[in-house]
Design a protein around this ligand. Structure first.
Ligand SMILES: Nc1ncnc2c1ncn2[C@@H]1O[C@H](COP(=O)(O)OP(=O)(O)OP(=O)(O)O)[C@@H](O)[C@H]1O
Length: 308
């Protein structure tokens, strides 16, 4: 299901949690939603799921408004963190409700996933560990096959083997049953290979929306003698510089064409990739407006109010 958001604002009293976001999401893609604590990820997804009404702007999912629109919300699933299912008695009840709510529910697949995560239908939800409750959320989110499925830090408490089982199941099921998936996470490196596109939000605003590979290709680590690094990076957007004695390593954001890359190598500089997590940290630096200084085309369109 495609998503169209225009100038979205969400206020909690005096607090503006989402501050004028405009973006579009395509059908059949996996999006990573990244942002520091309190940047507005949960609020944004709550509005996309129809749990909360927007304070201003418009939200359309599959071309239709979402809030208090049962036809649309039955096609949307937002799995939040592990505490949410705690009021439900047994795993069986959680699955019963999920099946009742979700028109595309696949019961056989739900059973397969339960087994994969070591869960049983008779288990008491209250007695489950945090990781087991997260795994139950994953089962509900995947077996629901909702055309817009969102997982909001749904890995909390899950150990590494369970998280990897989640990533494998998500990719395999997405390949078999295409839908729009949004994954919000702080485990950026672990998740990054799942994302086709990345959205970075900062203080309620969208600062980057890029294909994952494009975003990664915009970051380059330039390493070598400090004076040459300084000379080479003059005029470029430098997110961060580290010095170790006479050597410096600068994190450059922006496209470096082949001529520049050749020049760097000829002057004895090394060029390397930057991890998505490092890019994220520096693009959302509270002190500097790095991302705002070097917006992606999509995000700059967002701020100027253009449509994509
Ligand atoms: N119910 C609420 N009442 C008042 N303010 C709220 C409420 N929920 C969220 N906020 C505020 O809105 C802002 C965005 O919060 P939100 O939970 O959407 O961020 P987040 O990006 O999901 O954070 P985290 O990564 O820590 O989960 C924060 O400043 C938060 O304090």
């Amino acid at each position: 299901m495609n998503v169209e958001v225009r100038d979205l604002r969400v206020d909690y009293g005096e607090v503006r949690a989402v501050d004028g976001m405009t973006f579009s999401l395509d059908e059949g893609k996996i999006y990573g939603l990244l942002g520091r604590n309190g940047s507005g990820k949960t609020t944004l997804m709550s509005v996309l799921a129809g749990f909360r009404r927007e304070s201003g702007g418009t939200v359309r999912v599959g071309g239709r408004p979402v809030f208090e629109n049962g036809k649309v919300t039955s096609e949307i699933c937002l799995i939040r963190d592990a505490g949410e299912t705690i009021d439900i008695d047994k795993v069986d009840d959680a699955l019963y409700f999920a099946e009742w709510l979700r028109p595309r529910w696949d019961a056989a697949y739900a059973d397969e996933l339960l087994e994969r995560f070591g869960l049983r239908r008779k288990m008491s939800v209250k007695a489950m560990s945090k990781g087991q409750r997260s795994a139950l959320g994953v089962v509900v989110g995947l077996a629901g096959r909702s055309p817009l499925t969102m997982f909001d830090e749904s890995y909390l408490g899950m150990d590494a083997p369970s998280r990897y089982a989640f990533y494998d199941a998500l990719l395999a099921d997405f390949m078999a049953h295409s839908r729009t998936i949004i994954l919000s996470t702080h485990l950026i490196e672990e998740y990054s290979s799942l994302f086709e596109e990345v959205m970075i939000i900062d203080r309620g605003r969208l600062v980057v929306q890029e294909e994952s590979q494009t975003l990664l290709s915009r970051g380059t680590a330039v390493t070598g003698p400090a004076d040459r690094v300084e000379e080479f990076t003059a005029g470029l957007t430098v997110l961060n510089t580290r010095r170790l004695g006479p050597t410096a390593s600068a994190m450059v954001y922006g496209d470096l064409d082949e001529a520049r890359r050749r020049k760097a190598r000829e002057t004895g500089l090394e060029l390397g990739p930057i991890a998505m997590q490092d890019l994220f940290v520096h693009l959302t630096e509270p002190s500097g407006d790095a991302a705002r200084a070097v917006p992606s085309e999509d995000a700059s369109a967002d701020r100027s109010g253009d449509t994509r």
